[in-house]
Design a protein around this ligand. Sequence first.
Ligand SMILES: [Zn+2]
Length: 215
Amino acid sequence: MRSPVSPALVARTSSFVFVGERLWLDFVNSDDATHARGEARTDALDSFEGFVGWLSAARLLDDERATALLRRALQQPTGSSAALHEARRLRNVLRALAERGDAPHERATQTAIAEINRILGRSAGTRRVEPRSDGGFVRNFVTAGDVFAGLMIPVIESAADGLVSGELVRVRKCADPKCARVFYDGSRNGKRRWCDMKTCGNRAKAARHRKKLSG
Ligand SMILES: [Zn+2]
């Protein structure tokens, strides 16, 4: 029997949204991680537990590994808080890449490349595909050394793929000025405007409707 992660964590992470179409963009959006309507934003990385919860919700960790990580974090609070700090810092770097990175000589791009290479450079470990408790599969990266060091590797690899495949020209910021979410526009006409039709897209639709009624 696998030991489950804490019920509070599961409840919280089950409401996380993944609307970026690319893992690294979803990670950038983890500072606004739930379908909030007019409520305060939920930052998934407000604690190490939240970070592990986000990685689990993104299917980068299975329950067993998530539980082991949380246990290890209690034993090594310095290591886990350093990992959280680094994840937040990388998120800022990736946000700059998402927002300004389609110009290759942009400083944000240069910084991101340096950070990506730094993380990839220390990725000693094993990649594995393993069954999940819910019947699906998860890709795991098991680091050879420090357990916390490898956590960002799948996200960083996703950003590297985005750069290599020339996708940055299709990375957009949500058209709602109050929303900072970013996404990959995979639409055929390249005109996707909203991070999410359930929140921002719907608000815009309602506003257009109200204008029509009053005008
Ligand atoms: Zn939005």
